[in-house]
Design a protein around this ligand. Structure first.
Ligand code: SF4
Length: 488
């Protein structure tokens, strides 16, 4: 190693960095012989004008104004705070502040997460791929399709097995995809024997090149239940085409209660309960998440004893995107006709009730391991403290959901965090900000590094390398909530 190189010890890679250069992750650099964290350290300010929170902190245009902190109005996040390694060292920042008369400590670190991934919710009825199918980025397997939810297809991406258990290429591709998704960038994914989908947090999914507009109003049965009264008297039969549960108005309880007579209609698939049919077609990207382009293909012959010439039939998908109006001829075969104006309103009403289709990206990580040792010499006490709600966990100031059970396994909606809050190290692993906020006395009781606690003003008055942004509207203020809950 050249004499003037310095070693970064912020992660197991232990890069040697020459002057003016950066380490492998571009997070640390050698600036005139000094190891520095290159991205600005982000501080949330509650007093700044609302709506400024979504400012990428990599844009350095807004200079620090040198203002001293107002306790309780300033929250030091872990974004840009740096990491300590190995884990027995205290976290990079352990900040004390007084909030509503209570001494509060926030332990701040950029955690290195080998055990992490993202859960992606894609609001679409279209079939993206069978459950358990592999999801690929740049041809590498980075996750799988998991169970569908109500109006959404779900992906589970990343995780330690893809990061560390496959080839080097699989690990780095997985890490890259996770990083982009968490930082709000678009990522193209291909599902084996399924669709190609572009996913971006907070944006509409693009499925096989088509931007999804809306998520379904409900399953076929729910759609019948919601709109039966609006169809009553205007049409004799309605079939709501859905890949999971197709609905038939005249057989459905809603139709029975309205006194709609039987129509002799016959649906293919498996009848579940009256008016509710499973497996009317194969999954696909057409009508109601099925593979059909011709809705009549899911109908059998009408029962001649019950059907009648002139019977009016509406077929519609669960988003109102597809619809067709038919009347039975003398031969009891449906013939397509223009949709009457009286029914057009109900189709529009289905559309109106569909919410915009979005992609949701939740980062999920486990801070139950060694990361805790940077908070306390007795790590399990931190876990207990989180479990007992004495310690609040946040990610870049955003609220998290901590899973019940062992460890500190949490999820956070990346759109509630400041942009570009995530980084990576080439082990490979994701770097995510994490803050633990608790009462100073509780911190001392759980064996915290009390000697490393420093006051808030010592941090925020040092202008260099820090960036102050407005707290995100809608997020609970981490310090206020903490102080209030401690007072109870
Ligand atoms: S990868 Fe980054 S954090 Fe790790 S040692 Fe190198 S510069 Fe430091």
């Amino acid at each position: 190693m050249p004499d003037d190189a310095i070693r970064c010890d912020a992660c197991p890679v232990l890069c040697y960095i020459k002057p003016g250069r950066t380490g492998s992750c571009d997070r640390y650099g050698n600036r005139q012989g000094k190891l520095v964290r290159l991205d600005p350290h982000v501080i949330l300010d509650r007093t700044l004008e609302r709506g400024e929170s979504v400012v990428p902190f990599l844009e350095r245009s807004r200079a620090w104004d040198g203002t001293l902190a107002s306790h309780g109005e300033t929250f030091v996040t872990a974004i840009g705070a740096g990491t300590t390694y190995p884990d027995y060292k205290p976290a990079p920042f352990i900040i004390s502040s007084q909030v509503e008369g209570i001494d509060v400590v926030t332990v701040i670190t950029e955690g290195i997460f080998s055990y992490c991934g993202v859960k992606v919710k894609i609001d679409t009825d279209r079939h993206l791929g069978a459950e358990c199918s592999r999801v690929r980025a740049k041809s590498e397997a980075i996750g799988h399709v998991t169970t569908s939810e109500y109006g959404s297809q779900m992906l589970s991406l990343g995780g330690v097995r893809h990061l560390t258990g496959g080839s080097r290429q699989e690990g780095t591709t997985t890490c890259d995809a996770l990083l982009n998704l968490c930082n709000g960038n678009a990522v193209e994914l291909k599902i084996d024997d399924g669709a190609k989908v572009v996913v971006q947090a907070g944006k509409a999914p693009i499925v096989d090149g088509t931007q999804e507009e809306r998520m379904r109003v409900g399953c076929g049965s729910a759609t019948i239940g919601m709109f039966a009264r609006q169809w009553f008297g205007k049409v004799d039969e309605v079939v709501v085409v859905d890949d999971h549960i197709a609905g038939v108005l005249s057989e459905h309880q809603a139709g029975k209660l309205l006194g709609i007579p039987e129509t002799g209609i016959k649906l293919k698939g498996r009848r579940s309960t009256p008016g509710r049919y499973f497996q009317v077609a194969e999954p696909g990207t057409s009508w109601g998440g099925t593979n059909i382009d011709d809705p009549l293909s899911i109908l059998g012959k009408f029962n001649a004893k019950k059907a009648w010439p002139g019977l009016r039939l509406l077929m519609v998908s669960t988003t109102g995107e597809h619809y067709g109006y038919f009347e039975l001829g003398e031969d009891l075969r449906p013939k397509e006709k223009d949709l009457p104006a009286s029914l057009r309103a109900s189709v529009m009403r289905i559309r109106e009730n569909c919410e915009p289709a979005l992609c949701t990206v939740l980062f999920m990580g486990g801070a139950g391991g060694s990361l805790r040792a940077g908070v306390t010499e007795n790590p399990v006490r931190l876990t207990h403290s989180v479990r007992d709600a004495l310690t609040r966990v946040t990610c870049g100031g955003a609220p998290v959901y901590v899973w019940p059970g062992g460890g500190i396994t949490f999820m956070v909606d990346v759109t509630r965090m400041p942009l570009n809050a995530f980084g990576y190290v080439p082990t490979p692993a994701l770097v995510a900000p994490i803050e633990f906020t608790l009462k100073l006395s509780d911190y001392a009781a759980l064996g915290g590094y009390v000697e490393n606690v420093r006051p808030l003003d010592s941090i925020v008055s040092a202008a260099d390398g820090r960036r102050r942004i407005a707290a995100r509207q809608g997020n609970p203020w981490p310090l206020e909530s903490e102080a209030r809950s401690r007072k109870k």
